[in-house]
Design a binder for this molecule. Structure first.
Ligand SMILES: Nc1ncnc2c1ncn2[C@@H]1O[C@H](COP(=O)(O)OP(=O)(O)OP(=O)(O)O)[C@@H](O)[C@H]1O
Ligand SMILES: O=P(O)(O)OC[C@H]1O[C@H](OP(=O)(O)OP(=O)(O)O)[C@H](O)[C@@H]1O
Ligand SMILES: [Mg+2]
Length: 282
């Protein structure tokens, strides 16, 4: 039975559970449930603290787990990223009171607060920057400067709203771009069931990232239209009964749907229809 660790709280918890449910796995109804067996799929879920997921996977007590790339790297656990899951996207960045610091080198001799102190220490060491102290805080790191325990913070930034509210501004390049990832123990044999899990999750990711686009196009314009919608391998082109047009079906990135529809219309396509993909195996 494949043992899967899933975050039980925080930003990762609900989207991770949603993705597993979409992938056809049973998920818990009650957030107090800590273990759940899905006998039909031969998997067992362990609902653990997000920070602990990498520790369990690294020690081999569970086979795989869902966590954040930032949490994985900060844990320094014996685990590697297996599949990027495309949710809980964020950057991990340095920030300081507006106008005080604009370069990572200026962190030298200053105090940095973070919930991800290993990540910060490694990043600074790689750049030869010696901070006065790296202060570990559990959360609400943005308040640490105002409260006088640090001069600089390193924290998760998504929209930047929390930073702005605290009067802080990012500086330097992002330390990391993070998202939820499926992780597995470094160097361990591929556990039974991981291939199926991976294919199922990949199926959900594809169904979320792509849409199906259908359109009609005069036969002599098919090549020009197909250049706009090349799809994964090659689009399906079927003849229409009138003999002068073809119907084309292709997959398109959801985020590019409207640009693609505009471009197709320009080329001469009509009857352009977009549909969501419910599930997929490529
Ligand atoms: N606002 C956000 N947008 C996107 N991802 C986020 C956001 N806040 C945290 N994360 C991601 O969630 C993971 C941290 O999960 P965790 O549950 O420990 O923190 P949290 O969401 O801050 O929860 P809590 O504050 O309740 O402990 C990290 O991978 C982090 O990048
Ligand atoms: O850029 P934003 O969209 O504002 O999001 C980033 C904030 O979200 C998370 O905080 P959370 O609400 O989880 O609180 P925490 O600091 O206690 O972890 C993260 O730690 C940042 O503080
Ligand atoms: Mg948080």
């Amino acid at each position: 039975m494949l043992r899967i660790a899933v975050p039980n709280k925080g930003s990762l918890s609900t989207p991770a559970t949603d993705m597993l449910r979409e992938a056809g796995y049973r998920q818990r109804r009650d957030t107090r449930e800590l273990v759940l067996t899905d006998a039909d799929n031969d998997v067992e879920f362990f609902f653990l603290r997000p920070r602990d997921v990498a520790v369990y996977v690294g020690s081999g007590t569970v086979d795989v787990g869902i966590t954040g790339r930032d949490l994985l790297l900060d844990s320094a656990a014996d685990a590697d990223e297996h599949l990027a899951l495309g949710f809980a996207r964020s950057t991990f960045r340095f920030a300081a009171p507006a106008g005080t610091i604009d370069d990572v080198a200026q962190i030298a001799g200053r105090r940095v607060a973070s919930s991800y102190t290993t990540l910060v220490a490694t990043h600074l060491a790689e750049r030869g920057v010696e901070a006065a102290a790296i202060v570990h805080l559990d959360g609400a790191v943005e308040s640490s400067v105002q409260l006088g325990v640090a001069d600089v913070i390193a924290d998760v930034v998504e929209t930047g709203t929390t930073l702005r509210a605290a009067g802080l501004e990012v500086f330097g390049d992002p330390i990391l771009r993070s998202e939820a990832v499926l992780i597995r123990r470094r160097g361990a044999e591929v556990p039974a069931g991981l291939e199926v899990l991976t294919r199922r999750l990949q199926g959900v990711i594809t169904a979320r990232e792509y849409v199906l686009i259908d359109y009609d196009i005069p036969v002599d314009l098919v090549d020009a239209a197909v250049a706009v919608t090349p799809g994964f391998e090659s689009p399906t082109v079927s003849p229409l009964h009138n003999g002068q047009s073809a119907a084309v079906r292709s997959m398109v990135r959801r985020s590019e749907t409207n640009q693609v529809m505009d471009a197709l219309y320009e080329v001469g396509a009509r009857g352009i229809l977009v549909t969501s993909i419910l599930a997929s195996r490529l």
